[in-house]
Design a protein around this ligand. Structure first.
Ligand code: NAX
Ligand code: ADP
Ligand code: K
Length: 505
């Protein structure tokens, strides 16, 4: 299954190109869409006493008229409710003309317990918050807790941002066409869609290739081709060396979590870089992970010269201030070529340290041949580096991450229940396999370590970030209740095993 997500403009373009290429015209695509929805309704609700089909004035409503006609032809008791007249000459007007069922005004909508609702009020064309008869219908259906099958999107959910505009249906199943849309994955939209069924309406792969979408669902297919596996003649440094900066004596655990995660993700060698006064604490808790004293910037240069770690993590438990800034800039000043530093994962305190020095950081990251910078902010940290972007209510989480990545010349992992990974080259992915069990202290430290471990093994920065987010989320979701961050490095092992198996096929 392909992973592209289509924005409203891209979906409209795909429709246009598909119609131009034939053989289906706009009404033909609409009939395919309606057929797909009717088939789902008949398969999932064979015993539905009554189906209420709610049609809006646009093409989403057009799909609804097709569904109403097909269900009635199949012998279902259908009640048809309409909000507004389809525009003369539109595909929806053709669909409405072909549907001879009696039409009731949506403003008079009533339903009975045990009935099913097909929501065809608004889809991709949603332009403002639901009001009037549409909002009234949502209130009635929600109040009665009736099952809803949504066409394309639950009405009220923005397909671009996943925002709920005013109010929205909560669907059991949402049937969408050609590809999913960002609003199916971004919160709160994802929660309103229920199960998402993707229907083929005859928009071929070549058409999607022509549209060339830059947004993806974060699934293994997106990055498995670059997922690392050790070569037959691998030795530990060849598998990749990750170094993780530790905080002072009372803040060392976070770095060790990152280090362990980097090692589990396959880096052949991992070193914790510790201030002198925390060496004993770290030494007491490390076994296979190496330890090295690093107090000053010169120590960072020496380490890179001697041990050549290919990736770093800086931030977890590190402390905020000059030292974090100096170390970060020292690493970003190295050249990537000749196998020197591949990249740096900047997390937590590392991010916050640049709150008042963003231009310096972004400039360093934007230098040609600079190591890749991957930043992993949660919402609070994101606002510290990108206050104006964070405050812009016109931007979706996807657009915010994308704009931040471009500005910072960095891969941005904008964390949360719907993490977005964005590359400065414009690609972005939305993650959907997480679970709230991951909201536990130290979980982010583990994520930073997994990404750095993959980076050290030669995975490109965007792919490493996407893979890290997916693996972390998958491990946490499978583990479930009781998860603490210490469990995560081991919990990723079965996930890695499956990925390695599938990469080998
Ligand atoms: N031929 C095609 O282009 C196809 C379109 N498809 C369907 O067409 C849908 C998109 O159709 P449209 O672009 O006509 O858009 P919609 O049917 O989603 O919306 C129709 C119009 O309603 C108005 N509107 C939007 N939100 C409103 C609100 N809150 N209050 C009052 N009025 C509002 C707007 O003027 C909008 O253009 C897709 O979601 C999909 O279901 C599918 O049939 C596949 C083929
Ligand atoms: N409700 C949730 N559902 C899924 N993933 C979540 C949820 N809440 C947090 N996460 C994930 O858990 C991790 C938490 O990281 P972070 O906020 O940095 O925590 P910490 O600083 O304690 O390590 C992130 O990867 C985030 O995406
Ligand atoms: K809808």
């Amino acid at each position: 299954m392909r992973n592209e997500l289509l924005s409203p403009a891209e979906m409209a373009e795909a429709d246009r190109l598909a119609i131009a290429a034939g053989p289906l015209d706009g009404y033909g695509l609409m009939q395919r869409a309606g057929e797909a929805v009717a088939a789902i309704v008949l398969a999932r609700y064979p015993g539905a006493m009554r189906v209420h089909v709610l049609c809006g004035p646009g093409n989403n409503g057009g799909d609804g008229y097709v569904v109403a006609r097909l269900l009635a032809e199949a012998g279902v008791d259908v009640a048809l409710w309409a909000s507004g007249e389809p525009r003369t000459g539109s595909d929806a007007a053709l669909a409405a003309a072909d549907c001879t069922l009696e039409r009731h005004p949506l403003s008079a909508f009533t339903a009975e317990a045990g009935s099913l609702v097909v929501d065809a009020i608004y889809g991709a064309g949603l332009s403002k918050p639901l009001s009037g008869d549409a909002k009234g219908a949502v209130d009635i259906v929600t109040g009665m807790n009736l099952p809803v099958v949504a066409i394309d999107l639950p009405s009220g959910v923005s397909d671009d941002s996943g925002e709920v505009l005013g109010s929205a249906f909560r669907a059991v199943v949402t049937v969408t066409f050609a590809r999913k849309k960002p609003g199916h994955l971004l919160l709160p939209g994802r929660e309103r869609c229920g199960e998402i069924v993707l229907a083929d309406i005859g928009i071929r792969e070549e058409i999607i290739d022509q549209v060339a979408p830059r947004t993806f669902e974060n699934r293994p297919g997106l990055w498995i081709a670059t997922f690392p596996a050790p070569a037959v003649d691998a030795h530990k440094y060849k598998r990749g060396h990750t170094s993780v900066f530790s905080g002072g004596p009372s803040a060392t655990g976070a770095a060790r979590l990152s280090a362990l995660a980097a090692a589990r993700s396959g880096a052949g060698a991992v070193t914790v870089l510790s201030p002198a006064n925390a060496m004993h604490v770290n030494a007491a808790h490390l076994t296979s992970i190496m330890l090295r004293k690093v107090d000053a910037v010169e120590d960072v240069h020496d380490l890179i010269g001697d041990r050549r770690p290919s990736s770093f993590v800086l931030g977890p438990g590190f402390g905020i201030g000059d030292k974090a800034r100096d170390f970060t800039l020292a690493m970003l000043a190295k050249n990537r070529q000749d196998g020197a530093v591949e990249g740096l994962v900047l997390d937590a305190d590392g991010i916050t340290s640049f709150r008042n020095a963003t231009a310096t950081l972004f400039e360093a990251a934007g230098r040609p041949d600079a190591p890749a910078l991957i930043m992993t902010p949660h919402e609070g940290e994101f606002g510290r580096l990108f206050a104006d972007i964070a405050a812009d209510t016109a931007l979706s989480k996807l657009a915010k991450a994308r704009e931040a990545a471009r500005r910072a010349s960095a891969v941005i992992v904008y964390k949360g229940a719907d993490s977005v990974i964005a590359s400065p080259d414009g690609r972005a992915a939305i993650n959907g396999n997480g679970a709230p069990w991951l909201a536990t202290a130290g979980s982010g430290d583990v994520l930073a370590g997994i990404i750095a471990g993959l980076l050290a093994q030669g995975m490109p920065a965007f792919e490493a970030a996407c893979a890290g987010v997916w693996i972390h989320a998958e491990a946490g979701s499978r583990f479930g209740p009781g998860l603490i961050a210490e469990d995560l490095p081991l919990a990723i092992v079965p996930v890695l095993r499956e990925l390695t198996g599938s990469a080998a096929r």
